[in-house]
Every structure is written in C-alpha cells, then in structure tokens.
Design a protein around this ligand. Structure first.
Ligand code: PFF
Length: 458
C-alpha cells in the first residue's frame, strides 16, 4: 500500500500526537481529579494505568492506522471486516461530541487570557456570570473553532505538524516557567507534599475509575484519534518508541501541571489546602485570585501566560479531535479537505451551543437529566459522561478485541515490527504487548466499563 502524504518527519508525528494528548485534560482536569482523589494516591494509580494499560492500546491504534493508511471507519473496512466499521463510527461520534464541549471550555480559556491581559482579576469571582454570558462565550468559542479549522484546513504537514512544532515547545517553556515561579511562593512545599505523599485510605472504586477515565481521555485513546494520526505515519518509523514518547510527554506534562497548581493552592489557602473549589472551577475560580495577590504587573504577566498556555494546549487537542471526522469525510465520502473542515467545524460549533448554555443560563439545560442513581447533571456533564467516560473505554475495549482476535495478533505484531530496529517478535516487549492486548486490556477494560456504567448512571 502506498504511503499517503502525511507527517514529514517522525518528530512531527510525535509532537502532533503529544499535542493531541496534552490538553485541557492535563492542565484543567488532572489537578482537580488529583485533588478530589486524595492527591498522590490518585497519581500513582494514574501512572500505572497509563503505562500498563494505555500504552498497548495506543500502540494498537497507531498500528491499525499505519497499516491501513485510513480514517477509523475505512481502517476496519479495509482490513476486511465491514461490521467492525461501527467501532470507527463510534470513535467519530465520540470525537464530535467531545469537541463540542471541549471547544466551549477552550473558549473560556481564551476569554480568560484576554481578561488577564486587561488585569481583570475579579473574573474568578464572576466565573458564573462569565460562563452565563452566552454572547461572549459564543464569540470566544467561535474564534477557537475558527483557529482549529484553519490549522486543520492546511493539512497534515502544512497545518497540524507545523502548528504543533511551534506550540508544543512554547507550551513546555511556559509551564516550566510557571512551576519555577510557583515554587518560590509561601507554603509551596505544603502543596507539593499534598500532591506527592499518598494517602491510600482515599482510594475507592470511584477514584480508580476516574483515574482510568482520565488516562484514556488524556492520552486521546479509544476514539480513533491515534488511528487517524497513525494513518499519516511512514513505514520506516519506529512506532513503539513514538508511542512511548507520547505517553511519557503526556504523563510528564500532567505531572508538571500538578507541581505548578498545588503550590498555588497552598499559597492561597495559607497551606491548609482547604476551602478551595476543587472541582472544575479550580483553575477558573481560584487562580485569578492567586494571580491578583502577586501585584498588578506580575499578576498580569503570570495570569496571561497561564491562560495562554491553557489555550495553546487545548488548540493542539481540538485540532486532533477535528481531524478524525475530517479524515472520514475526505477518505470515505471523497469531499475536499477544505470544504469538509469548514462544514464539520460549523456543525460541531452549533452542537456545542447547548453545552455552552447549560452552565446556568438555561435551567432546562442546567438540570438536564437525572440518572437512576438520583444525580442530576447539566447538559455539558451529560455529554462528557457519555463520550469520555463511556464511549472511550468502550472504544478501547473494542479496538483491543478487534486487534487481538479478529485482525489477529500476528498481523498486529507484524505491523508494529515495521520500522522497529532489530527483531521485535519474540522479544520481551512483544510478549508483554501481546499479553496486554489479548488478555489484560480486554479483561480490565470490560470490568471497568461495566463498573463505570453502574457507577456513573445507577
Ligand atoms: N487528550 C486531550 C486532553 O487531555 O485534553 C483530549 C482529547 C483529545 C481526547 C483528542 C480525545 C482525543 F481524541
């Protein structure tokens, strides 16, 4: 099969895939999940899930993509298993839903960046008013979607790879500067010890499920984003080292985001770590007050850098989320990239409007649904639960089952071996990956999927 034009270099692919992985999940979600999950106890489980369970799933997705050089739906079909294309459809659907609400939160980040540049630190206390301002949020979200669509419309090497090569290094520099600064704050070490000293009594089933859901979301797994990116990778590239590098970058940045965030929290709480909104508002409600306390000039600099960082991280992820349906339209429906990009982007933007309005302004969307368990949630949380907590682990499960038992493990191993220096088959690594894909991942993911369904919904 001829290699389609894709990433121009291995490092380009790695940066783009790492860009997909590193996003709001790392900087916005990860610290508050850690906070709610008992600090280091959550962190340890998260690390284990990423390396033991998620790394083989990532490798499998990339291998399927590179083998078939197609989008998630086309990939299953071209391997000769038409019925399995439904897994690809599920992935595309997950991508569309995730992007619809992700783009709203990315719009908040962009809006906050502008507020910080203007020195408006009171925005933290007005978070509710801010998110309820539908007109303003629509503008920020539309701008964000526009930037995403613009990059994707320029194609793989000219758009996605180029943007990632600039944005990723900038992001690393920004986050490291913020960590260095946060360490100079009073009580910083109290925050660090909350983050790094585990309290194992906090580990519950729910915390474990959250850690796995977070690992899947953060590594962009289970929806074919890496099948899609893998389809643009050349046969000579070593995908084992690429997957390892992507996993390490993602985990590393989430870890560093925690190192930045907890000293901030310790500083504002005088070391008690209490009384802070630990939920989704951690960044948006708490941090502007922290930045204000640095004084006007420094506060504006640190605050603007922070929200710029968050916006950049989100952008390399929204790009990958949009590329999934776009590649489907281009490959399967033979629609020109440019046209496909703008139509899909507009559609997803519109799909995000109920999420945008669900943060208080429209009561019916704010109390959208009550699960049998009695929990009432807003529309955005409903879409998030459905796509990231339900579809992603299910997608991961189906992808590993497919690779191991339908496509067959020998074919998977042969594809992984392409570009691997030396002999892959027979090595410890290949045995480990095959054990994970054939047994460990299907079993653990089935159990976790069922537990998640009963925990989230019932
Ligand atoms: N990994 C991204 C994050 O952590 O923010 C979110 C994401 C991007 C999920 C792409 C899934 C995906 F396909």
């Amino acid at each position: 099969m001829a290699t389609r034009s894709g990433f121009s270099s291995k490092i380009g692919f790695i940066l783009a895939a790492a860009g997909s992985a590193v996003g709001l999940g790392n900087i916005w979600k990860f610290p508050f999940e850690v906070g709610e999950g008992g600090g280091a106890a959550f962190l340890i489980m998260y690390l284990i899930f990423c390396f033991i369970l998620c790394f083989p799933v990532m490798l499998t997705e990339i291998a399927i993509g590179r083998k078939t050089q197609l989008n998630p739906v086309g990939a299953f079909k071209s391997l000769g298993f038409k019925n399995w294309a439904i897994v690809g459809f599920l992935g595309i659907l997950s991508g569309v839903f995730i992007l619809s609400f992700y783009n709203v939160v990315a719009g908040w980040a962009l809006g906050y960046f502008i507020e910080m540049v203007q020195g408006n630190f009171s925005i933290g206390e007005q978070f509710g008013i801010f998110t309820n301002n539908a007109v303003l949020i629509s503008i920020w979200s539309a701008l964000f979607m526009f930037a995403t669509a613009f990059i994707v419309s320029k194609g793989i090497s000219g758009g996605i790879e180029r943007a990632s090569k600039i944005l990723m290094p900038v992001l690393v520099i920004l986050i490291l500067s913020l960590v260095a600064y946060s360490f100079t704050l009073e009580n910083a070490m109290k925050g660090v010890s909350f983050y790094l000293i585990p309290d194992f009594s906090e580990i519950t089933l729910e915390v474990a499920l959250n850690a796995l859901g977070q690992a899947f979301f953060s590594l962009s797994l289970g929806m074919g984003a890496l099948i899609t990116y893998g389809s643009y990778v050349g046969k000579k590239d070593n995908i084992v080292s690429s997957a390892a590098f992507i996993t390490m970058t993602d985990v590393g940045i989430a870890f560093i985001a925690g190192l930045m965030m907890f000293p901030f929290v310790a500083y504002i709480t005088g070391g008690t770590m209490e009384g802070v909104d630990g939920g989704p508002g951690l960044i948006f409600v708490t941090l502007p007050g922290v930045f204000e306390s640095f004084g006007p000039t420094l506060g504006i600099i640190v605050g603007s850098v922070f929200f710029l960082l968050l916006s950049f991280a989100a952008l390399t992820s929204t790009v990958s989320l949009l590329e999934v349906p776009v590649s489907f339209f281009v490959d399967e429906l033979k629609i020109k990239r440019n046209k496909a990009v703008w139509i899909i982007a507009a559609f997803i933007f519109l799909l995000g409007i109920p999420s945008m309005l669900s943060q208080g302004s429209v009561p019916a969307l704010n109390k959208f649904i009550t699960y049998p368990s009695g929990t009432t949630i807003d529309f955005m949380t409903f879409i998030e639960n459905m796509s990231s907590n339900t579809f992603l682990p299910l997608g991961g499960l189906l992808i590993t089952l497919f690779a191991a038992y339908v496509w067959k493990k020998e074919n998977l191993m042969a594809e992984i071996e392409e570009g691997f220096p030396g002999k892959f088959r027979g090595s410890f690594l290949s045995k480990y990956i095959s054990f994970c894909v054939c047994y460990l991942c299907p079993i653990v993911l089935s159990v976790i999927f069922l537990l998640t369904i009963s925990d989230v919904y019932f």
